[in-house]
Design a binder for this molecule. Structure first.
Ligand code: SAM
Length: 504
């Protein structure tokens, strides 16, 4: 809409792109193209669709400096995202550039893989090698037949050299290589200035250009520095509990408080929902599959989801739906079935941490790709019971069946509530935001009562390490009452640019 900020537009384009990617991946997983057929490039195919919908951004003249709506620390799964947001237009070249008013080349951005000083004290300095000279990986692997050559002071190399004289800001995007624990991604590291450049003899005895760039002061700290420090130190600063789940989750969930002496609150950790006696969930009929359920007409559980798997094989949810049906206890498929994503528990390393103004919150030291399952909102199932609210213990209630667009998904008003005050899991610590990065998805698997689905939280975006995980609480302002029937007021401290100021 017209009130959308540049940030909203960036997020909208990124969400569209990720969703299209996941749909294309699902198609490919269902019907893999035959070998020898045209190579399937998900990001290229998805970007064409984003373009056809007119959602490319900053398509005009190349921007020098900050790109509207793009923030330091933003993460991208595919290089083409840098192109269609106007961060780095060049599809392959590491240096992107434009011409100034005098037709002189100026560097606008570089994609750096490596080159950072491993010494954290020096990590604001980046040594970047120029382009050209057949020094690429392809050459080293013998895929390119031409001989190495001296690099020339042309195009990108010239642009970076000119940027030293002009002292214009250059955007730096860090390309992280795939490691066993992390998928490849790109991170926007902010603006740098070219301090110096020189020629030296490279590994093939040919001349290469080297550029020293220094990060402009005053930008948000580089998260990878903080994460690296946290991972390297034997004892985390502020660590006050090794595992709030007490061994109940597969991955420990630590508590970190770097602000004061407060310890995490006492509660009973439960991995699973707790149902009252009157509620005896009846398992649905099994699907009869013996292998992992795939996109096929023959699986009854896939059929319940409209005939398509709601997840990719990597566990990412394809898109949000009114209900997701997973395989249940009577299904013959194995525990690692593609249709048992949320029931198999938390796979992302989470931690709780003390925030400045919102009590405890939840975050991760890992990058979380868009579509990832985070955790359930587990607790005790209550039939809507005002007594509990009047007792003032309403901080940990989750009303089932209302989505965050304010519309009830199945029923006029929600009737069931999950209470995580006494018993709950890490989900009870996730705070509200007016610009959330998670959403709640209703999921059924061990019974078919649509009034009481599991509430499962998924990532809406690629979420950088240490960024607080939040969802939209969907309180109606002016409708939360105290014991005397007076309107209760709680201010929102989510800090987002779109914050309404009130939680309720
Ligand atoms: N922060 C809680 C804690 O320390 O246990 C965890 C979340 S709990 C489900 C909900 C409560 O957290 C709210 O009632 C409110 O007190 C606080 N909270 C959550 N989001 C908030 C926000 N955006 N601004 C202010 N307080 C918030």
């Amino acid at each position: 809409s017209s009130g959308d900020t540049a940030r909203d537009k960036v997020m909208e384009t990124l969400r569209l792109f990720s969703e299209v990617c996941r749909k294309l991946i699902r198609e490919e997983e269902a019907n893999p193209r035959k070998k020898g057929g045209k190579h399937f490039n998900v990001s290229v195919e998805a970007s064409k669709i984003v373009k056809s919908k007119g959602k490319y951004l900053n398509v005009g003249a190349q921007i020098i400096g900050t790109v509207p709506g793009v923030e330091v620390g933003d993460e991208f799964q595919y290089r083409i995202e840098l192109n269609f947001l106007g961060i780095h237009r060049a599809i392959q070249a590491g240096i992107d550039y434009t011409r100034d008013a005098n037709k002189e080349l100026l560097a606008t951005s570089i994609v750096a893989s490596g080159g950072y000083d491993d010494d954290l004290c020096n990590s604001d300095v980046l040594i970047y090698t120029g382009q050209g000279g057949n020094l690429s990986k392809k050459f080293q692997q013998g895929c390119v037949s031409s001989e190495p050559k001296d690099q020339q002071l042309l195009r990108g190399n010239l642009a970076l050299a000119n940027s030293k004289d002009k002292q214009n800001p250059v955007r730096v995007i860090r390309g992280n290589k795939k490691t066993p624990s992390d998928t490849k991604n790109y991170v926007y590291d902010g603006l740098y200035l070219v301090e110096e450049f020189w020629k030296e003899v490279g590994s093939f005895g040919k001349l290469v250009f080297k550029y020293r760039l220094r990060r402009i002061a005053g930008q948000p700290e580089l998260t990878w520095k903080v994460v690296k420090k946290a991972k390297a130190s034997k004892v985390r600063d502020g660590l006050c509990c090794d595992d709030i789940s007490g061994g109940k989750e597969r991955l420990p969930i630590c508590a970190v408080n770097e602000l004061d002496d407060e310890k995490p609150p006492e509660f009973v950790y439960t991995v699973k929902m707790i149902y009252p006696d009157w509620c005896q969930p009846i398992p649905p009929k099994g699907c009869g599959c013996t292998k992992r359920c795939k996109n096929s007409a023959s699986c009854a559980c896939v059929a319940k989801n409209g005939g398509e798997l709601p997840y990719n094989y990597d566990g990412a949810i394809v898109f949000r739906k009114p209900m997701v049906y997973e395989c249940g206890p009577l299904c013959g498929c194995p525990p690692d079935c593609y249709l048992r994503v949320t029931q198999s528990g938390i796979k992302i390393q989470l931690e709780i941490f003390k925030t400045e103004s919102r009590g405890w919150g939840v975050r991760s030291l890992e990058s979380i790709p868009s579509g990832s399952f985070i955790c359930e909102y587990a607790g005790e199932l209550l039939q809507e019971n005002e007594a509990d609210r009047l007792a003032g213990k309403d901080e940990y209630l989750f009303d089932i069946g209302t989505d965050d667009n304010g519309s009830d998904s199945f029923y006029e008003s929600s009737f069931f509530t999950i209470d995580a005050a006494r018993k709950g899991n890490v989900g009870r610590f996730i705070n509200h935001s007016c610009s959330p990065n998670l959403y709640a998805q209703d999921v059924l698997y061990h019974h078919e009562d649509r009034r009481i689905p599991h509430v499962m939280l998924f990532a809406k975006d690629n979420i950088p390490p240490l960024k607080e995980l939040t969802y939209y609480y969907n309180y109606k302002i002016g409708q939360v009452l105290d014991a005397d029937g007076n309107v209760k007021i709680k201010n929102c401290h989510c800090g987002s640019a779109k914050c309404s100021g009130r939680l309720y």
